[in-house]
Design a protein around this ligand. Structure first.
Ligand code: UD1
Ligand code: CA
Length: 463
């Protein structure tokens, strides 16, 4: 039978070592924040255990609570207040005093370990289930144990002592088995031990770690690769390390499915992004929101793509920004193009350098190759728009539509003063300002006739 587990997240601390005003649980991490990431992973345990979630808040509690209520209102979270932050042991004693939840076991973890995995938490549950222990913890072997509690296995009644950095002797500091800060404890055992903690240590805090270690009641299981799973974010450097690890993990998942990512250190992919096998992603690319990229497309360096669906065999050339748009098969966009919300770039279309589109539909095979603004427009199939074309879509009050038919040739440096409607097979001469509609097959030119005065240039040129 599944036991009832109450999961307690410690999130009351000040996070002084980060040096920012934002409370540590809300410090931005991987497009959300630290505590969001922790909760997202914990929720995955739901299929394996009956869980309830309790959050211990103190420093800036209103702000964190508001965030959690907005983002996890379906979880029925319990909030416990720790008014004075007297240590992790004190935080858990506040939980014991205030909780309304009744459970067999309590899992305790910290809001500042954003890389935890469901599998690691499952290994803790399994480890305890298969033992007669009252309290189990997860430990790992750290190349750099600095800052973590060292797991000192001693041969006395207290089978294990956890020694915090501040209290560690030079000898203790060499121990590289460290405490992840994640424990699973019988609720009855926790109740019995938590009141007995003292704060006789260098920090003057009540350490939760002091309840762990009694021989025959407590033990730690070491998790492989734990340094990458339990990284605790106390400093900005650790935040960067955690971001890098998360990015790498995300990229590896895509790489395993056949996506070619050239440099995972500089590839930023949001959780909801979908990428099909055969896609190639060059360095320094950001894929955000609900972006989808279909097979054999290539995203070249420096592109930032948000909420956009990109079809098959599409090429997005360097430094192109796409937002809330649809790109159909075989299109090519950029370099240095900006595709703003509501754009649809049709099959085999070409959008070239320094082109901006907004709320515009380019139908199959049309081309806007250089230096243009296409806003609130519809451009028909196989129409070619020359260099420096502008839709004058805004009259100072309202936006208006420009409709251009298929197989048109729109000469360079022309403008369309919207609303305006151009039929199919039209030809607009270069440098024209078009303000009236054209019927199918019309030719339009609207520019002043050239005046040439022979030999007169010298009047204007400096000697
Ligand atoms: C803690 C552990 C350490 C472990 C490490 C793992 C203790 C004494 N030390 O150290 O053994 O290796 O985590 O990352 O437990 N908090 C409260 N109330 C308080 C104090 C802290 O809620 O009064 C919360 C913090 O907000 C944080 C968590 O507890 O989310 C851990 O506190 P932190 O100060 O980061 O502990 P570490 O020094 O990292
Ligand atoms: Ca920490």
């Amino acid at each position: 039978m599944n036991k009832k587990i109450c999961i307690v997240i410690l999130a009351a601390g000040k996070g002084t070592r980060l040096g920012v005003e934002t409370p540590k649980p809300l410090v931005s991490f991987q497009h959300t924040n630290l505590i969001h990431q922790v909760i997202t992973e914990i929720i995955k345990l739901k299929n394996h255990a009956q869980i309830k979630l309790s959050i211990i808040l103190g420093h800036q509690k209103e702000m964190i609570q508001d965030y959690l209520n907005k983002n996890f209102d379906d979880l029925n979270l319990e909030y416990i207040y720790q008014e004075k932050q007297l240590g992790t042991g004190h935080a858990v004693s506040e939980f014991i005093n205030q909780t309304k939840f009744d459970s067999d076991e309590v899992m305790i973890l910290c809001a500042d370990t954003p890389l935890i995995t469901k599998n690691a938490l499952m290994s803790l549950i399994d480890f305890k289930n298969n033992s007669n222990l009252n309290a189990c913890g997860l430990s790992f072997i750290a190349n750099n144990p600095h800052g973590y509690g060292r797991i000192k296995r001693v041969s006395s009644d207290k089978g294990i002592s956890i020694i915090e950095e501040k209290d560690a002797s030079a000898e203790d500091k060499k121990i590289n088995e460290v405490n992840s800060g994640i424990y699973l404890v019988d609720q009855s055992y926790l109740k019995e031990k938590i009141g007995k903690l003292d704060n006789k240590n260098k920090s003057g805090e009540f350490y939760l770690t002091d309840i762990m270690g009694l021989k025959d009641s407590c033990d730690f299981i070491t998790v492989d690769d734990g340094e990458n799973i339990f990284l605790g974010v106390n400093t900005m450097t650790q935040l960067e390390q955690a971001e890098q690890l998360a990015r790498k993990k995300m990229c590896e998942q895509f790489q395993e499915s056949g996506v070619c990512i050239i440099d995972s250190n500089t590839t930023y992919i949001d959780n909801d992004v979908k990428i099909e096998p055969g896609v190639k992603i060059m360095p320094n690319v950001h894929l955000r929101g609900k972006t989808t990229i279909k097979k054999n497309s290539c995203i070249e360096t420096g592109c930032v793509i948000s909420n956009t669906i990109i079809g098959e065999d599409v090429t997005i050339l360097p430094y192109t920004v796409l937002e809330d748009s649809l790109i159909f098969n075989g299109a090519s966009i950029g370099p240095f193009a900006r595709i703003r919300p509501g754009s649809q770039i049709g099959e085999e279309c070409k959008v070239g350098n320094f082109v901006e589109t907004k709320k515009s539909i380019l139908k199959a095979g049309s081309k806007v190759s250089h230096l243009s603004y296409v806003g609130d427009a519809e451009i028909g199939q196989k129409t070619n728009i020359g260099c420096g074309f502008i839709t004058c879509n805004y009259d100072g009050k309202n936006k208006h539509q420009t409709i251009i038919g298929e197989n048109c040739f729109i000469g360079s440096d022309s403008q369309m003063i919207a609303p305006v409607n151009i039929g199919d097979n039209c030809f607009v001469a270069s440098g024209s300002t078009i303000s009236s509609n054209l019927n199918d097959g019309d030719f339009a030119i609207s520019r002043s006739r050239q005046v040439t005065k022979e030999g007169m240039a010298k009047r204007f040129l400096k000697k």
